[in-house]
Design a protein around this ligand. Structure first.
Ligand code: GAP
Length: 585
């Protein structure tokens, strides 16, 4: 086999066999944008469907489909306009842009440069005499700048409204919260999912579909009552996990910890029960779709690494060519998003929490005498009333003296207390408005596609010939079965075409192939990961109790199976109800 890395061979296979390739190739291609070909689009769709089955349908959550362009105020509120930056360093010689934190991490012992302040990163670049990865020019003394990752655009002609391509699908869910809570009948907890595109103007997109500028996320925003909602921990307590907690990353001889979700919660390694729940179900889901559990772990974010909205965060990571890549993030976002959208929009981003029993509370109110405030404050009288109301709620003692002090546009005014109509009354209330907190599993679909392909990639030798094959799980493989006539013969072709049609009618993804030697046709299907091939030969049309040859991809073992039972047998193989080796034939 060649000396290339698995990734290099995989990327070449992906292009040749229609998994993915850089888009707009006819125009020289553009960094960070990829097109999924026929196989890739199908694999990606199957993985998205599997995600939907588990996280939306399986958990009983809703799914929405929101626009990818959103107006500027959304991102003022979400904090992306101010805080969604990466560190940019531009080479003064060739103009190449690089991520300063990546340069530092790739060329020094610093592991978490993203969390360092810019002057410190500039200092490290100078101290280690780091150079431009494109032309080799020294970068010492070059300024590092914050670069906002959002793509901006204009909405409409003329005095256009500024807009941005969403950098995470999550914001499309948060802004719809006032309606979504109605659909959920104001009952917490409830979850909303979305699978869709997100956009980030990455400074240096790299490693094919692992870091791109347009990618697909599958996100679940779970809205919980911080004081009441608990997950079903019994369902995940025994799930085994490899964890790499922050404490281990900070320790000199720290390492990964093999444990179970239940033990990790008890030991406090995972602090939050909901995060623990999602790590548990996700570990099982990743395994089911074909991620190699010997090359998988959950790593906790270090304090400086967390996104601006996250209180705690764990990543699901897969090992690719000796490096760990982040496939998903599991973040506790607290009430950050809903509070900010509530404050910025003026709409209610809260849920009414009903008490078990109505409560009697004291409420301080004002009923100002407008015949005094009107002549005294003119147009500002309304603002004075609003200030008095707010003051009554937050500081009753302010009404103890003879005059109440009110600040209006930087000036303090004294209002005689007898004109305020201040009183404290008892009131019976049924509940209160609370801002739910959010727990968010956020999956990158493109990185999942890459990992599933990389972990399925195999090379071996069959009949003295090198073979490349992908051990894709039958539930996610883009093509489930290849159907071939052994030779170019009208009779064989007609039977093979009928079999292909029958299998398609059963909902199987079928490829019909009648070109080239049979061995080459098998190799083609092996390379795209097709789990089974069916070959129609002369025995099929001449023999009694018509049979075909069925070949299994991984073992290359072949069996003769009755045509009449083919749809049922293949369906059982796909569902994992039977094992090919155990079939009679
Ligand atoms: N809503 C939370 C959020 O967006 P994130 O960790 O920034 O969190 C979630 O992104 C996932 O999206 C990542 O774990 C990764 O799989 C994927 N992702 C992020 N940036 C990406 C990029 N430039 N290219 C491909 N996938 C990316």
């Amino acid at each position: 086999m060649s000396g290339e890395s698995t990734s290099e061979r995989l990327v070449e296979l992906a292009k040749r066999r229609g998994y993915f390739s850089q888009s707009s190739g006819a125009y020289g291609g553009v960094g960070g944008f990829y097109t999924f070909g026929p196989q890739g689009a199908s694999l990606k769709r199957n993985l998205e469907d599997a995600w939907r089955e588990r996280y939306a349908v399986g958990e009983g959550h809703m799914e929405i489909d929101a626009p990818t362009i959103m107006p500027e105020p959304v991102f003022e509120a979400s904090g992306h306009l101010d805080g969604f930056d990466d560190m940019l360093i531009e080479c003064p010689e060739c103009g190449a842009s690089s991520r300063a934190d990546h340069l530092v991490e790739d060329n020094t012992d610093y592991e978490d440069a993203e969390s360092l302040p810019i002057p410190e990163v500039e200092g490290i670049v100078a101290e280690y005499e780091l150079a431009c990865p494109e032309c080799g020019a020294g970068l010492a003394g070059v300024a590092v700048e914050n670069f906002n990752l959002m793509f901006d655009t204009n909405i409409g002609p003329g005095d256009a409204q500024p807009g941005y391509m969403r950098p995470e699908t999550a914001q499309g869910i948060f802004v719809e919260f006032p309606r979504l809570k109605e659909y959920a009948r104001n009952q917490l907890p409830f979850g909303v999912t979305q699978i869709g595109r997100a956009y980030r103007n990455e400074i240096s997109p790299r490693r094919s579909i692992i870091r791109t500028r347009e990618f697909t996320q599958a996100e679940l925003e779970l809205f919980i009552d911080p004081e009441g909602d608990e997950p079903d921990l019994g369902a995940v307590a025994d799930v085994p996990v490899t964890l790499y907690p922050a404490t281990e990353q900070n320790a000199e001889d720290g390492g990964e910890v093999e444990t179970t979700i239940g033990e990790a919660l008890e030991a406090g390694t995972i602090a939050d029960a909901w995060i623990a729940y999602f790590l548990g179900i996700s570990r099982e889901w990743y395994e089911a779709v074909g991620v190699d559990m010997d090359r998988f772990r959950f790593r906790q974010h270090l304090a400086g690494e967390r996104a601006h909205y996250a209180a705690d965060c764990w990543d699901a990571e897969s090992e690719i060519d000796g490096n760990w890549i982040e496939m998903a993030g599991f973040a506790h976002r607290g009430d950050y998003d809903l509070s900010n959208h509530g404050d910025h929009s003026g709409e209610r981003f809260t849920v009414f929490r009903q008490y078990d029993e109505p409560k009697t509370v004291e409420r301080a109110t004002v009923d100002p005498d407008m015949s005094y405030l009107g002549p005294e404050f003119g147009g500002d009288a309304g603002a004075v009333v609003a200030e008095l109301e707010a003051l009554a709620e937050r500081d009753r003692a302010a009404f103890d003296g003879e005059a109440v002090e009110v600040d209006l546009e930087g000036e303090t005014h004294e209002i005689p207390v007898e004109t305020c109509g201040f009183s404290v009354d008892e009131e019976t209330i049924a509940g209160e408005h609370i801002t739910p907190e959010v727990v968010e599993p956020s999956f990158g679909v493109d990185r999942l596609v890459y990992t599933v392909l990389d972990h399925a990639y195999r090379e071996d030798e069959v009949d003295g010939e090198e073979r490349t094959y992908l051990t894709l799980d039958p539930e996610v493989a883009p093509t489930f079965v290849g159907v071939f006539p052994l030779q170019n013969d009208e009779e064989l072709e007609a039977v093979a075409e009928d079999i292909a049609a029958d299998l398609r009618a059963e909902g199987m993804a079928v490829t019909y192939d009648d070109s080239g030697a049979i061995g080459r046709r098998y190799r083609r299907q092996d390379e795209v990961g097709t789990p089974f091939c069916v070959t129609v030969d002369y025995e099929t049309i001449e023999g009694e109790g018509t049979t075909v040859t069925v070949r299994e991809r991984d073992s290359t073992a072949q069996k003769r199976l009755p045509v009449a039972e083919l749809p049922e047998t293949l369906a059982s193989l796909r569902a994992g109800e039977v094992d090919f080796a155990g079939l009679e034939g």
